[in-house]
Write a protein that binds this ligand. Structure first.
Ligand SMILES: [Fe+2]
Ligand SMILES: [Fe+2]
Length: 193
């Protein structure tokens, strides 16, 4: 499926506000690709598609989970805020015909992060947070890091923020985020030695 048709499909799957967010993520990811020397088109496409499963209803989730035998862990089950990344990666691959593994994985891990993320996974994770429509305390310094070559530092701060938020709200933390945070912290520490 070409970009124009994918765009149309995504527009049908998302409310206008969420589609605008996806456009913003795509544009931000393309900008970051220039800074970090990544393939701009791939990053743009990943940004457009990343939230495609966010507005599936209960029956649609069950349909895709059964159709593609998608494994959802304890935290992802009945939690679209977490499961839309895994489900979305299958929709990208099998419904939208996206074959690129980096794009598929950047969708799959855009909510929790993971250990040893590759460049596109980092770009989409951060573009999702810092796209121009986002606003939260600390976003300016986060943007500054990302736009000044400090993508790993920005990633660490983002994981820390997420973990702090989840604790303050007495919610369960996904173990992938903890692993992602420890991994990038070790990576930054060993690079500074
Ligand atoms: Fe998302
Ligand atoms: Fe998003």
């Amino acid at each position: 499926m070409d970009l124009e048709n994918i765009n149309k499909k995504i527009m049908d799957m998302l409310p206008k506000r969420r589609f605008n967010h996806s456009l913003n993520v795509a544009n931000c990811a393309a900008k970051l690709s220039e800074i970090y020397n990544y393939d701009k088109e791939k990053a743009y496409l990943a940004g457009i598609v990343h939230d495609c499963a966010k507005y599936l209803n209960y029956d649609e989730v069950n349909y895709y989970v059964n159709k593609y035998e998608i494994y959802l862990d304890e935290l992802e089950t009945n939690n679209i805020a977490l499961s839309h990344s895994a489900i979305g990666s299958y929709i990208a691959q099998y419904e939208l015909g996206i074959e690129d593994e980096d794009i598929i994985n950047s969708i799959k891990y855009h909510t929790t992060g993971k250990e040893d993320m590759n460049l596109l996974e980092k770009i989409i994770y951060l573009a999702d947070l810092i796209e121009e429509g986002r606003n939260f305390s600390g976003i300016d310094s986060l943007r500054e890091l990302v736009y000044n070559g400090e993508i790993d530092q920005a990633l660490l701060i983002s994981f820390n923020n997420t973990i702090k938020f989840v604790i303050e709200n007495n919610q369960l933390i996904h173990s992938r985020t903890i692993k992602a945070r420890n991994y990038i912290l070790k990576e930054i520490t060993s690079n500074n030695k």
